[in-house]
Design a protein around this ligand. Structure first.
Ligand SMILES: NC(=O)c1ccc[n+]([C@@H]2O[C@H](COP(=O)([O-])OP(=O)(O)OC[C@H]3O[C@@H](n4cnc5c(N)ncnc54)[C@H](OP(=O)(O)O)[C@@H]3O)[C@@H](O)[C@H]2O)c1
Length: 295
């Protein structure tokens, strides 16, 4: 069996078109323009690329954006003052603080300072708690993107055995929480594996849907996957550079071998990656509608 390739690039394109239309309607009918502020501290090249694509996507979709690029030595006090200003600014509906922050800044303090209503990353404890009890305002972007990939590729999650490898706060824990809710597009039986798991392959081999977010190149090999499983590879590992200086990326799954066994699989790049930014845009639109009482 050669797996169906679940193209995040294609699905993200569909969602972009839907959002573009919704944003145009919000402007025409309600004079409402969703606004996103991005905050980047320091000049880490990967973070600059991520922020750059977020701002470019805002422009392409008609989302108002403000970009704050601060020097690496910015103090916690200065950063908190900026967040406070953005929390109070009615043009800004979503605030994105690009992670990781430089070591001298306390990430928890910063993320907790963002108004939960503007927390379009879904990392504030209020939003984490709301997700946990099944009443979310915002789902974190990458896990939300994974759920959309499954839904739009016709993968049935109801009653499925889902195994998640990785328990980070930004991917593993939230996707596990999303898929175990008693809701359409979820209602799965979820197992979460991590470095403390005794026999990871025992669990992964049971999975109808295997979601891997370990940050370890090709950690999941074909012998760890059940014939006919759906495999979602979240990993983005830079394993070298081309002669032109471009990063060579690989996922956490041994794609070439696993695609011969799986029913469907996401590639890296072009799988989960493109979904993250569109779900950020979707959350920003939702934040604007919530602020305007339109939802
Ligand atoms: N495409 C996207 O938009 C996107 C977004 C976010 C992240 N990512 C990528 O996804 C990957 C994971 O990101 P993250 O932020 O969740 O990573 P993270 O914070 O480093 O967490 C990795 C998790 O995987 C577990 N783990 C590591 N190696 C393992 C192994 N061999 N077997 C079982 N579990 C293992 C760790 O277990 P312990 O808890 O026991 O340490 C941890 O829970 C990275 O490659 C990242 O670049 C992609």
């Amino acid at each position: 069996m050669t797996a169906q390739i679940i193209s995040g690039t294609e699905i993200a394109k569909q969602i972009r078109e839907e959002l573009k239309q919704e944003i145009a309607e919000l402007k025409d009918k309600h004079n409402l323009i969703p606004g996103l502020a991005t905050v980047l501290v320091g000049d880490a090249p990967a973070s600059q690329v991520y922020v750059g694509s977020k701002v470019k996507t805002c422009q392409a979709l008609g989302v108002y954006s403000e970009r704050y690029d601060l020097p690496a030595e910015t103090s916690e006090e200065e950063l908190l003052a900026l967040i406070d200003k953005l929390n109070k600014d009615p043009k800004i509906h979503g605030i994105l603080v690009q992670l990781p922050l430089p070591k001298h800044l306390n990430e928890t303090n910063i993320l907790f300072a963002v108004d939960p209503k503007k927390d379009v990353d879904g990392f504030h404890p209020v939003n984490v708690g709301k997700l946990m009890i099944g009443e979310p305002d915002y789902l974190p972007c990458t896990p939300h993107g994974i759920q959309e990939l499954l839904l739009r590729s016709g993968v049935k999650t109801e009653g499925a055995e889902v195994v998640v490898v990785g328990r980070s706060n930004i991917v593993g824990k939230p996707i596990a929480n999303i898929l175990l809710q008693k809701k359409a597009g979820a209602n799965a039986t979820v197992t979460v594996c991590h470095t403390g798991t005794r026999d990871i392959a025992f669990h992964t081999r049971r999975a109808d849907i295997l979601i891997v977010a370990a940050g370890k190149p090709k950690a999941v090999t074909a012998d760890m996957v059940k014939e006919g499983a759906v495999v979602i590879d979240v990993g983005v590992n830079r394993i070298g550079t081309t002669n032109e200086g471009k990063a060579i990326l690989c996922g956490d799954v041994d794609f070439d071998a696993v695609k011969e066994k799986a029913k469907a699989i996401t590639p890296v790049p072009g799988g989960v990656g493109p979904m993250t930014i569109v779900m950020l845009m979707s959350n920003t639109v939702r934040a604007a509608k919530l602020a305007a009482g339109l939802t």
